[in-house]
Design a protein around this ligand. Structure first.
Ligand code: WQD
Length: 337
């Protein structure tokens, strides 16, 4: 069975691609490489020894999607493609709404035109409102505070409504918590362009000497050590969650939202300390002011994923920080090396 991965050269998509190929699926990737590198796909071929087709193009292009589906007998789509920088989305909201929503609509239209029924959507815990009690279940109140989050919220709604209008569709909305780490080979990993927004790539770039120090955004939160608590999830666990979600989608029709998180929260300093302890490297840091919009804590109730998909995260904090560092030290400049 052949699966189309939009945004297929991206961080989470390239790890999911490995899991799909190793699970016996065929795959086609579609990526315009605006925020990723074809080198990631070359390395997936090197790692797995398996072939797959890589198409360069834009997931907003419905005709291109239809052509890829027809030419490759696609039976399911995992829709990763989208802009994902929170700060940039505040500066350029229309660019985010146009790109992220048009691609979601184009994917669904192409599915309806060709009879593809199965869709896995890359959503995010960012759709949850900031006043929910922890841990977050899928029925927690949803509200966003930036255009990026709203594009995920709105894409979920577009998919939900399409599934209502077309009962043959089978959709799973995967709400990622905080993906970190890399494939244990160190050949593929997170390669943010410019200054990293997220904690783990910033820690890695500090440890390898690209950044002078980490700034901890506030230590006066209502958490055990005062720094922000998040549900960090190994990207390989996340990848395996997509394969489980696809297998589930093939058994039924309808639309479900599912959290992909470990259910365990770690603070910023927990991550820094684990990174230093496991990897034997120093991560100099200073305590700075809070970052606007950050929550004290955010972590998942992962029960539905286990019940519905038969998925549970297996990798702990030590593997997360070890594999993140293994990628960074082997690729100090990411795929540009
Ligand atoms: C984690 C913690 C920061 C950087 C974001 C997106 C969300 C999702 C996951 C896509 C927080 C602290 C961070 C730094 C720091 N992405 N931090 N210094 O904000 O939980 O979620 O990534 O869907 O949409 O919002 O992740 O890694 O940015 O921050 O102290 O230089 O690390 O305050 O407590 P976040 P993050």
């Amino acid at each position: 069975m052949n699966i189309l991965l939009t945004g297929g050269a991206g961080y989470i998509a390239s790890h999911t691609l490995i899991s799909l190929l190793e699970s016996g699926y065929g795959a086609v990737t579609l990526d315009n490489y605006s925020n990723s590198s074809p080198e990631a796909l070359r390395r997936v071929k090197q790692l797995t020894g398996m072939e797959f087709k890589a198409v360069e193009g834009d997931a907003q292009d419905r005709e291109l999607l239809v052509r890829i589906i027809r030419e490759n007998n696609i039976e399911g789509i995992i829709h990763f493609a989208g802009f994902k920088a929170v700060g940039e989305s505040v500066e350029k909201p229309l660019m985010y709404y146009r790109n992220n929503l048009t691609s979601t609509i184009s994917v669904i239209e192409a599915m309806l035109e060709t009879g593809v029924r199965n869709l896995i959507f890359s959503s995010s815990a960012t759709v949850y409102a900031g006043d929910n009690l922890m841990p977050l279940t899928e029925s927690a109140r949803r509200e966003c505070i930036n255009p990026y989050g709203w594009t995920k919220y709105m894409s979920e709604q577009i998919i939900r409504d399409a599934a209502k209008a077309h009962p043959e569709l089978s959709c799973v909305l995967l709400r990622y918590f905080n993906p970190v780490g890399a494939h244990p080979s160190g050949l593929i990993g997170e390669d943010p362009s410019g200054i990293p927004n997220n904690l783990m790539p910033y820690i890695c770039q500090t440890a390898v000497g690209i950044r002078d120090h980490l700034t901890v955004f506030g230590n006066d939160y209502n958490t055990p050590d005062g720094t922000g608590v998040r549900d960090y999830l190994h990207v390989c666990d996340l990848a395996e969650g997509h394969v489980k979600a696809l297998a589930y989608a093939l058994t039924r029709s309808g639309c479900d939202a599912v959290n992909l998180g470990t259910g365990t929260g770690y603070s910023v300093l927990d991550m820094v300390n684990a990174f230093e302890r496991v990897n034997g490297v120093k991560v100099p840091y200073v305590i700075g002011p809070r970052r606007a919009g950050d929550l004290d804590e955010c972590y998942a109730d992962p029960a539905k994923a286990e019940k519905l998909l038969g998925w549970k995260a297996k990798r702990g904090i030590n593997e997360m920080v070890c594999d993140a560092w293994n990628w960074q030290k082997k690729n100090p400049k990411g795929y540009k090396d």
